[in-house]
Design a protein around this ligand. Sequence first.
Ligand SMILES: [Zn+2]
Length: 365
Amino acid sequence: MPVNPTALTADSIRSAPKVLLHDHLDGGVRPATLIELAQQTGYGLLPSTDPVELARWFSESAYSGSLERYLETFLHTVGVMQSREALIRVASECVQDLAADGVVYAEVRFAPELHVEQSLDLDEVVQAVLDGFAAGTQAAAAAGHMIRVRALLTAMRHAARSSEIAALAVKYRENEVAGFDIAGAEAGFPPTRHLDAFEYLRRENAHFTIHAGEGFGLPSIWEALQWCGADRLGHGVRIIDDISLAADGTPQLGRLAAYVRDKRIPLEMAPTSNVQTGAAESIAKHPIGLLTELRFRVTVNTDNRLMSGCTMTSEMTGLAEAFGYGWDDLRWFTLNAMKSAFLPFDERLAIIDDIIKPGYDSLSG
Ligand SMILES: [Zn+2]
C-alpha cells in the first residue's frame, strides 16, 4: 500500500541522512566554546563574551560585505585553537553537532599551518584534530547518532607551505585524513602557485579539492582542473559564467562547463556562504538552481556554520523553499555528495545502500 510522503519541514529534513563535503573546522566553533576557550587561554580580543551577542557579531560580520570584517572572524576562532586540548574539544563538538543535525558522513577541513602559533607542530595539530573527531564520533554514537567524519588538510593559497601540508595528507591517509585542499583569497593567488603539491599528490594517488570559482571566475576553475588536476571544486559557483541562454531560453554550455558536467566534477556548493561572499545574489538566484536542472554533480554544503549561522538542515530547507525541491532532490544531492566523497568505493556504496537509500525511502513514502 502506498504511504504518504513525510512533509518537508526543518525537523523531517534534520532526520534525513545527509552528507557534507565542505565544512571548515575553524568556521564551525560553538559561540559558547569560543568564549570559554578565550577565557582559559587568556585570549582577550573577542568582540563579546555573551554567546548570543557573539553569534550575532559573527553573522553581521559575514554579511557586512567587507572582506576585512569577514576575515577577522577567523582570527578569533583560530586564535583560541592553538592547544591540543582546544583542538580536541572543537573537533569533538563539530562531530557531535553534525551528527545531531543528521549528517552521516562528513569531510571537515582545517589548515594545520594556522594552529602552530604557540607550542604545537604540524603533526601534533593533525593528531589532536583526529583524536577530537574520534572522541566526537564516540559521543555521538552514545547519543544514538552514527556518523563518520574524515579530515581534509588545507594549505593557505597565499603561503608557501602547500608541499609540507600535502606530504602530511599522504602521511595520515590511513588515519582518516581523506585528502588535501587549498583555501584563502583566490584573486592574485592562482592554484598553479602550488603545482608542486598537486603533482606530488597525483603521483601518490591521493585526492584533493581546490577552492575555485568562488571569489574569482572561470580562469581559476580552469587552472584548478586542467593544470592542477583537482578531483572536486570548492564552490565552483562561477562555472555559471560559461553557460549562456540561447534566444529561445535554452542553456548553452561552453567548453569548460561542458567538461565539468561531462566528467561529473563535483561542485561543493554552500548557498548561504556564497551569498555572503557575493558569489551569488540570493538563495533564490543561486546558480545551484540551473546547475541542478542541468544535472551537474551538485552537492550542498555548509562551509562555515558559525559565520553563516547555518546547518546542513537549514541549507537544505532554504533550497527546498526557494526552488520547490522535494525528497527526491534532497536525496539526489546526498547521493551526489556520497559518490564524490574521498572514501574507498566499497565504503561509499555501503553508506549509500545501508543508510542513505533506506533513509530517504522511509521519508518519501
Ligand atoms: Zn570553504
